[in-house]
Design a protein around this ligand. Structure first.
Ligand code: ATP
Length: 292
């Protein structure tokens, strides 16, 4: 069984408050993009999970979210056979693009089919949140408002047609570092998420891009100035706007013109500001991770 696990960007990311249990209450506008990891899953007669991947620095044990997702279903549904999973990663790792969460989402969908568990999408989403707050969204996909710790999802009108330039600098940013250092007070400037919801409803691309904001940049931009440099570079090269995705360090720029986007992509590659640079589009047709 072959599955695709898509990456996401955050068109808007707000953190409302830190809860007593340490989790953060968020309000985010999520968008799936045409960039994906590939998973190949196969039943095997011997019990256990065999995981292989194309990246040597990624764990292939319980620390991989794919392994975690497969094990969760195997334990819960007393699956005695085993499974081999080959994970081919293309989504930048530790980048704010939910690569690991999306792999876990695809694994849940794949295991459900492979072992005929008969679970609905909603049931898989409920199981998914035990692995990570973004996993339910990665099962749902498309354009969505994500609230609570990320598990309260509302589907939205799709992102209007545009080009999305992705640039990841050669630095790693720990999500934990970002949330630990986030200072929320009365001076915090919060993104206009409601305005963006309205702009999406009206299919107003400029209305959306004008409101792109990520509260987590208040931590990452002072710590890693290259993020701001990439944003400025994209804007100087024709992006309607540019923003850091998730907890970073990946930056995305939105373009309404293909030629401009292609030119900006080539220039960004030459600039040396990014280590990984891709030009892509939004992925809007929802569905589950195994629909081609
Ligand atoms: P998010 O946007 O949800 O914060 P991210 O893009 O920051 O995700 P991931 O790429 O999902 O981060 O992975 C972060 C860390 O998790 C990596 O350092 C890696 O060691 C570990 N990890 C576990 N499973 C996976 C996986 N399937 N793919 C990539 N990394 C994984």
């Amino acid at each position: 069984m072959k599955l695709r696990a898509f990456a996401k960007i955050n068109l808007g990311l707000d953190v409302i408050r830190r809860r007593e249990d340490g989790y953060h209450e968020v309000r985010m506008i999520m968008q799936t993009i045409q960039m994906y990891d590939q998973l190949e899953m196969e039943k095997k007669n011997t019990p256990g999970i065999d995981l292989t991947t194309n990246l040597s620095y990624i764990p292939v044990n319980e620390n991989n979210l794919v392994y975690k997702a497969a094990k969760l279903l195997m334990d819960q549904y007393h699956i005695r056979e085993g499974v081999s999973i080959d994970l081919n990663k293309f989504i930048p790792v530790a980048a704010g693009m939910a690569g690991g969460s999306s792999d876990a989402a695809a694994t849940l969908v794949g295991m459900n089919k492979l072992f005929h568990l008969g679970l609905s999408k909603e049931e898989l989403m409920k199981i998914g949140v035990k692995i990570g707050a973004d996993v339910p969204y990665c099962i749902m996909r498309g354009t969505a408002l994500s609230e609570g710790i990320g598990e309260k999802l509302t589907p939205l009108s799709p992102m209007p047609s545009c080009y999305i330039l992705i640039g990841k600098p050669g630095i790693s940013v720990s999500t934990k570092f970002v949330y630990t250092n986030l200072k929320l007070n009365e001076h915090t400037k919060h993104p206009d998420i409601d305005g963006m919801l309205q702009a999406l409803k009206q299919q107003d691309l400029r209305g959306i891009t004008d409101r792109m904001e990520n509260v987590l940049e208040s931590v990452t931009v002072p710590a890693y100035p290259v993020i701001e440099e990439i944003k400025n570079y994209m804007k100087e090269h024709g992006a309607l706007n540019a923003l850091m995705s998730g907890s970073g360090p990946t930056v995305f720029g939105i373009f309404d013109d293909k030629k401009k986007a292609e030119f900006a992509c080539e220039k960004l590659k030459e600039s040396g500001l990014t280590r990984q640079t891709f030009l892509t589009t939004a992925f809007n047709n929802g569905g589950t991770p195994d629909d081609k």
